[in-house]
Design a binder for this molecule. Structure first.
Ligand code: GLY
Ligand code: MN
Ligand code: MN
Length: 436
């Protein structure tokens, strides 16, 4: 049951908080797209992590030791007239009944109630700087209490970064979370496979994108980030999302697309030939990226550090680039001088979870963080050779390749959550265009 999972997280946070502290966490705000049209609402990941509450205009409060209940939720009141226009609301009653709040109040009453909750709490867990309007309100409430010190009130005198505590929790995925991540991975893999089957020269990038959107929506999911569908030269633009050009025979197309399940992201990239056959140059670079990815994945195991997969990928790529004549010189020196950055300018991965570039520290002090079971990361090396790159033979031009999978660190090593999606040259050539 989901409510138990959210309760377990709140208990975990409450256990870390001293008795005289309080945590305050506002929900995401609705954002205007144009005039009176909003962007689709996406809950703030920290808020979602602790509450599972899907609405805007809400504030969660955790007050350890509070007799009437430790978890208080402020939210919009039920309003039959507004709900006809804007959709259903849980209301404070629903917040208690369905979302596990011990106590719930209308958000409109927050100015009256929150200062009372803050009084006599010395330490406030709060993430400053994410919602400046809310920062100001909070400072206002604290000042109200300060004004009453002569009447015996105690104002909080210490602010603690709530995000830091929460993000450490979010880095380690529970069974419940992994179930969602596996679902997101499964649907994302299905989308990639469908797109490969239906790909053919003459399609537009947005038409290929539509295959992804179709599979995501059919599963009740949404993209976890704007899909990147780049054919030919566009594959060399890392954050290309216009997706508006024609896919040409002889080009590769790079697709970086994944969906989210109950907020949990998948993040997958596959690169395949639009016409179904790799050219010799494309294949050579593709095999190299695949080799680098496999070497990096082998480094994902407990006790290795965060940078080990990246280092493995960089070594393989640099050696391969020298063998293919794209780099010249001693491999070790080229690695040290970061010569590979001409063709490989990003890192090999990131944490994955409620955010596609998920939270969690990558370093502890001066050291890279050690990998531990329950962490999920992407492994996504690539090579990008735009046209006109000086000193590069034109047969390599306009080839952009990335191969990205989602990997869970396990006790024994790792599990590739997206392993069922083909990535070997022969598999891809067999698949592309099958249903075109
Ligand atoms: N989709 C963004 C990334 O791969 O990091
Ligand atoms: Mn990624
Ligand atoms: Mn990606």
């Amino acid at each position: 049951m989901s409510q138990r999972e959210f309760e377990r997280r709140r208990r975990g946070l409450l256990r870390m908080m001293p008795a005289d502290s309080i945590a305050i966490l506002p929900a995401a705000r609705e954002r205007l797209r144009n005039r009176d049209v909003h962007y689709p609402f996406r809950q703030h990941s920290d808020f979602l992590y602790l509450t599972g509450f899907p609405e805007p205009d809400a504030v969660a409060v955790l007050a350890p030791g509070r007799k009437q209940g430790q978890y208080i939720l402020f939210c919009r009141e039920r309003d039959p007239k507004k709900e006809v226009w804007e959709g259903r609301r849980a209301g404070p009653e629903g917040a208690v009944e369905h979302f596990g709040a011990d106590d719930a109040y209308p958000i409109a009453d927050m100015d009256e109630i929150l200062p009372g909750l803050l009084e006599d709490r010395r330490r406030v867990y709060y993430t400053m700087g994410e919602d400046t309007a809310f920062d100001h309100r909070l400072i206002g409430w604290v000042n109200q209490i300060r004004a009453k010190v002569r009447a015996g009130a105690h104002a909080p005198h210490e602010f603690v970064e709530l995000a830091h505590v929460l993000h450490e929790m979010r880095l380690f995925k529970s069974r419940w979370e992994l179930t969602r991540m596996r679902r997101a991975a499964r649907v994302s893999m299905e989308a990639h496979e469908r797109a490969m089957r239906r790909c053919r020269p003459g399609l537009y990038e947005y038409e290929l994108e539509a295959e992804y959107q179709y599979v995501f929506r059919r599963a009740g999911m949404v993209p976890s980030y704007p899909p990147i569908v780049g054919g030919g030269a566009n594959a060399c633009i890392l954050h290309y999302t216009e997706n508006r050009d024609r896919l040409e025979d002889g080009d590769l197309v790079l697709v970086d697309a994944g969906c989210e399940c109950e907020g949990y992201a998948a993040d997958i990239t596959r690169t395949f030939p639009v016409g179904g056959r790799f050219s010799d140059a494309q294949r050579a670079l593709y095999e190299l990226v695949l080799q680098a990815q496999e070497a990096a994945i082998r480094k994902v195991r407990p006790g290795n550090h965060w940078d080990d997969p990246h280092r493995a990928a960089v070594r393989v790529l640099t050696r391969g680039l020298v063998e293919l004549g794209l780099l010249e010189g001693d491999v070790r020196k080229l690695v040290r001088n970061e010569a590979y950055k001409r063709f490989y300018m990003h890192r090999t991965g990131h944490w994955l979870g409620l955010d596609v570039h998920d939270v969690g520290e990558y370093r502890v002090g001066e050291q890279w963080r050690l990998l531990e079971p329950g962490m999920v990361l992407t492994v996504e090396p690539g090579l990008y050779v735009p046209a006109d790159l000086e000193g590069v033979d034109r047969r390599w031009w306009n080839i952009g390749i990335r191969i990205e999978d989602d990997v869970l660190v396990t006790k024994e090593g790792c599990e590739v959550l997206t392993a069922a999606l083909p990535k070997r040259v022969e598999e891809i050539e067999a698949l592309v265009g099958q249903d075109a």
